[in-house]
Design a protein around this ligand. Structure first.
Ligand code: NDP
Ligand code: 2IT
Length: 443
């Protein structure tokens, strides 16, 4: 359709050095073609031109002094992409690879993911090219404080509510919350993923990984299958991976791998999640150390985790970690379902291969939405000055994930793409935001 092609071309022309953003936008724009064709109103009001442009891009300097007394300068970002259905909401990523393209792709994806949750949250994302690896506790704290000293001007409980992502967990959120409160004097739910003693929600730590498994299980159940008794391969060893492994094992699956950027571990007996937690959450170490807990496991420095045969594959590390070669290897080895815990972990070619081969493929917007959904539940608890039990939050999360599956499945069927959940998730996420934008006029 020429309107869609024109917009994709425009995005490419206007964002020449932003390959990740162009990738994310192209996927969404291509998937929603049937909706745009069916209803001329979106073209009439230039909805697509408007939705691919962030409402505001904040970029700022973050200076801090390291343990050696040397001045360090990093770049900070907060992209406030779309506030049609609620205040901007999305994580902060601290990783040396962070640049405007990555933050824009994440912010763009967040618009549709947040819409899919059914909760009133807009899309945003931020972060820094700061590398937390090897930094001392004080360096982390000073960096977080300096980052917040610039960020606080543009966020607020009803304006923009950041949370964690790669390199940002409970520790970093705590330091940033403390600095926000110190500068503004406001004790408010301006960040989510907070500690339990100062406004955090039970089950937020577990939410993304648990939600991923709830959604994958629902997708399997709808196809007369289940994760129970299946071999599962997981990449990553961070927040999402750890709690995906935990829940998959609780449901009777055998998870045999975990990885970090140095290599992967294979444990034929099933990953000992307590050992992994000790390494990652307590010692902040590397997956290689797993061998000292489980000497029968194997560590592969140069391999790729997707070489391990499995029934269910769960990429939970980072974008574009699953290329066409990995996808073909998984398919050849009998993989039947893929659930994306990370954001955009599969390349467009890998996604095409999964769909052509009838692999049940749950795209990240739907599959990892449990984290941000539970963040929205944290916001509700904060604004009503209440805290819910673990059981209540977990059961809400479970309902939300089942609902996301139902909505993306229904949209896929309605638009003639049964079992293509990329199309289903993009359309279901898009419609709510687009209609809210139309209703609010040209703003
Ligand atoms: P963590 O920082 O807790 O863990 C990240 C894991 O991924 C680490 O094992 C890390 O290894 C690995 N990793 C990160 N970058 C790379 C890379 N460039 N190459 C190889 N491995 C890499 O982050 P999270 O678990 O929170 O996030 C993982 C993914 O899930 C991300 O895509 C994130 O955007 C997404 N996500 C997170 C949510 C959350 O609530 N936290 C919610 C929804 C999605 P190493 O230590 O070697 O860097
Ligand atoms: O990618 C994501 O959805 C997140 N990193 C979580 C965002 C949030 O606001 O909880």
């Amino acid at each position: 359709m020429s309107y869609i092609h024109d917009i994709i071309h425009r995005v490419e022309e206007q964002n020449k050095n932003q390959p990740e953003f162009v990738q994310a936008a192209t996927e969404v724009l291509t998937s929603i073609a049937p909706v745009i064709e069916k209803n001329q109103i979106y073209q009439k009001w230039s909805l697509l031109e408007r939705i691919v442009e962030p409402e505001r891009v904040n970029m700022f300097k973050v200076t801090w002094i390291d343990e050696a007394g040397k001045v360090q300068t990093n770049r900070g970002y907060r992209v406030q992409f779309n506030s049609a259905i609620g205040p901007y909401k999305g994580g902060l990523r601290f990783h040396p690879s962070v640049n405007l393209s990555i933050i824009k792709f994440l912010g763009f994806e967040q618009i549709f993911k947040n819409s899919l949750t059914g909760l009133p949250i807009g899309g945003g994302k931020g972060g820094s090219d700061f590398d937390p690896k090897g930094k001392s506790e004080l360096e982390i704290m000073h960096f977080c404080q300096s980052f917040m000293t610039s960020l606080y001007r543009v966020i607020g409980a009803d304006v923009d509510v950041p949370a964690g992502d790669i390199g940002v967990g409970g520790r970093e959120i705590g330091y940033m919350f403390g600095q926000y409160k110190r500068i503004t004097g406001h004790y408010e739910g301006v960040l989510t993923g907070k500690g339990l003693s100062y406004g955090g929600s039970l089950a937020r730590t577990e939410a993304t990984g648990f939600g991923l498994i709830y959604l994958v299980e629902e997708m399997l159940r709808d196809h007369s299958d289940s994760i129970e008794g299946k071999t599962v391969v997981v990449s990553g060893a961070g927040n999402v991976a750890i709690y995906a492994i935990t829940k998959a094992q609780q449901l009777g699956a055998k998870v045999v791998t975990a990885s970090d950027s140095n290599g992967y571990i294979y444990d034929a007996d099933g990953i000992d999640v307590e050992a992994l937690k000790d390494i990652k959450e307590v010692k902040r170490g590397r997956v290689k150390q797993y061998l000292s807990y489980r000497p029968n496991a194997k560590y592969f420095e140069n391999g790729c985790v997707w070489e391990v045969p499995c029934y269910v594959a769960l990429p939970c590390a980072t974008q574009n970690e699953m290329d066409i070669y990995s996808a073909k290897t998984l398919i050849k080895n009998g993989c039947k379902a893929v659930g994306e815990g990370a954001n955009m972990p599969s390349t467009p070619e890998a996604i095409d291969a999964f769909i052509e081969n009838k692999i049940l493929f749950a795209p990240s917007k739907a599959a990892n939405a449990g984290g941000v959904a539970t963040s929205a539940l944290e916001m509700s608890q904060n604004s009503s000055h209440l805290s819910w039990t673990f059981k209540k939050v977990d059961s809400e999360l479970n309902k939300i994930m089942k609902n996301i599956y139902a909505n993306m499945n229904a949209a896929a069927i309605e638009y003639g793409a049964k079992d293509n959940f990329v199309v289903g998730a993009n359309i279901a996420g898009f419609l709510k935001v687009a209609d809210a934008m139309l209703a609010q006029g040209i703003v």
